[in-house]
Design a protein around this ligand. Structure first.
Ligand code: HPA
Length: 271
């Protein structure tokens, strides 16, 4: 990744009309419908954006959308890149750097995750307050990272307290159940073993998933305030572990999605 590449990606999107978005939104697995609510939307397929990671076959629908949502200019990633697809940390976080160059001042992230905390149920949502990186690497471990921001990026408060507070208030006033907790990121794509779920619980995770943490690290590198929500799609009980059904995960994510959309839209109104 070079500055020149980022400039070319940004210039391409600007030439398509992506004009100074204020908020960037990443939509997770089964959570793409927020895109339908964007007004006057313009879209750019990932495969057409210069220097974007080359999309795999299963990922052909990935696109970046621009438009207005609750009267604010937004850029939305419909589909994200995962390490488990064979992308590296730089690939996975490249779109975050491009959205930052386009001008976003805040980043909203969503994902589908498994509930490690057994008082959380599938179909519930969790506001991510902190995370544990179990992906075995960092998107900041490259030569010349200092040209883009601090190498030793502080991670004392990676999820913006102000945005978190606002989202908690919104959830209360809208009567939407919103747990709070720690998200652990793994590479995947295999699911966890019972022993791994036990470990995740012991080390303090409330949810586990295969995304988000690289993007959050880069957003902190760029000093971009973040709010992130996990939609809990399955319960990871090591003593009563049902085989995970990816179809069911997507179904539960879709069923829960309207509540997530509501939270994000109300938050946009309040910032
Ligand atoms: N692990 C377990 N369950 C999940 C995950 C995961 O990474 N993602 C969604 N449900």
């Amino acid at each position: 990744m070079t500055q020149k590449q980022l400039d070319e990606s940004t210039a391409y999107l600007q030439s398509k009309g992506f004009d100074k978005p204020e908020i960037g939104i990443v939509l997770g697995t089964g959570l793409g419908k927020l895109a339908d609510e964007i007004e006057n939307s313009i879209e750019a397929h990932y495969n057409h954006i210069p220097f974007f990671p080359l999309a795999t076959v299963e990922f052909h629908s990935g696109k970046l959308l621009y438009g207005t949502l609750e009267n604010k200019k937004v850029v939305v990633m419909q589909g994200r890149f995962h390490l488990y697809e064979g992308y590296d940390f730089i690939d996975v976080t490249y779109p975050i750097r491009v959205m930052h160059q386009l001008g976003i001042q805040k980043l909203f992230i969503s994902n589908a995750a498994g509930a490690v905390n057994l008082s959380f149920k599938k179909g519930d949502m969790m506001l991510i307050e902190d995370h544990i990186n179990l992906q075995g690497g960092s998107p900041l471990a490259f030569k010349g990272v200092g040209k883009f921001g601090d190498r030793f990026t502080d991670m004392a408060e990676p999820y913006d307290p102000n945005l978190r507070g606002k989202l908690i208030d919104i959830a209360k006033s809208e009567n939407i159940k919103l747990h709070r907790g720690v998200y652990a990121s793994v590479v995947g794509p295999q699911l966890e073993t019972k022993a791994e779920y036990r470990m995740l619980k012991i080390i303090g995770a409330d949810a586990v998933g295969m995304s988000t943490v690289p993007e959050v690290i880069v957003a902190n590198h760029l000093r971009l305030p973040i709010v992130a929500v996990s939609v809990l799609t399955d319960e990871c009980d090591p003593d009563h572990l049902d085989p995970v059904n990816i179809q069911e995960i997507i179904e539960i994510a879709s069923k829960t999605e309207p509540k997530m959309v509501k939270l994000f839209k109300e938050l946009i109104k309040k910032i």
